[in-house]
Ligand binder design. Structure first.
Ligand SMILES: Cc1cc2nc3c(=O)[nH]c(=O)nc-3n(C[C@H](O)[C@H](O)[C@H](O)COP(=O)(O)OP(=O)(O)OC[C@H]3O[C@@H](n4cnc5c(N)ncnc54)[C@H](O)[C@@H]3O)c2cc1C
Length: 214
């Protein structure tokens, strides 16, 4: 054995696979009793045994290596889809999500108010164009939005699970890429980790549910 990879998340499994392809002997050590790290899709939580993605789910534009890996493993993906309504001109913007169902202060926002908030935010993007590297809180303050509109937009900062909300930048919620396309694994995201071939030299530390998550 010449290399130890710590962690059997997707990064560790991909690294181990690449090293093995180069002829290295690899051991993957995983602290949990499952591989897959932050991708996990148990089938015992929902009523009819559907997989519940508790971690990563979407494959976004630009995740080409991920798409390539799915392709290599023959994993079926859904067609590209969008997750939010479009603005009236057919585009996506930081205002688009406000046109869908929304809860503020524990109460569902009425469709007429949601439309008004979306229009306010859309107008503000023209009057005060967001900078890609500007944080959402910074733009919201600069654009002078009403209190309700501010709160609706700031809520989007919490939608990025791997960032500190006040650091999420406008490029995450505003064009050119936002809302354009997502794909999913047909069965679940956690289909990916068990697909990494264990290889002759790769041993996971506690691989008790290696196949169970499929
Ligand atoms: C709720 C949620 C939703 C997400 N949605 C998406 C999404 O839609 N699309 C997307 O692309 N990404 C999404 N992500 C992010 C994505 O899940 C991660 O970027 C990705 O899974 C990280 O993979 P990784 O291998 O780098 O790390 P991890 O998956 O965190 O794997 C690290 C592994 O290392 C193990 N480990 C850590 N320390 C040790 C140690 N000392 N010894 C042994 N083992 C150790 C851990 O137990 C873990 O299994 C989401 C994340 C979360 C939490």
């Amino acid at each position: 054995m010449s290399t130890v990879v710590v962690g059997a998340g997707l990064a560790g499994l991909a690294a181990a696979r690449r090293l093995e392809d180069q002829g290295e002997e690899v051991v993957v050590l995983e602290a949990r009793d499952c591989i897959g790290g932050r991708t996990r899709s148990p089938r015992d939580l929902l009523r009819y045994g559907q997989p519940a993605d508790l971690g990563a789910s979407f494959i976004d534009l630009g995740q080409d290596l991920l798409l390539q890996t799915c392709d290599e493993f023959g994993l079926a993906l859904t067609p590209r889809t969008t997750l939010m309504p479009r603005d009236p001109d057919g585009s996506f913007s930081v205002a688009s999500p406000l046109r869908g169902p929304m809860i503020i202060d524990g109460a569902v926002v009425r469709p007429t108010e949601a439309t008004a908030l979306a229009e306010e935010v859309r107008t503000a993007t023209t009057a005060s164009p967001p900078l890609a590297v500007e944080t959402i809180p910074a733009w919201v303050a600069r654009a002078g939005l009403s209190d309700r509109a501010q709160r609706a937009v700031l809520a989007q900062a919490g939608g990025d699970p791997v960032s500190t909300p006040w650091r999420v930048q406008m490029e995450v919620v505003h064009p050119p890429l936002v809302g354009k396309a997502y794909r999913y694994h047909r069965c679940s995201r956690s289909a990916l980790s068990p697909s990494f071939p264990p290889g002759k030299q790769t041993r996971c530390y506690r691989p008790r549910c290696r196949r169970a998550a499929r």
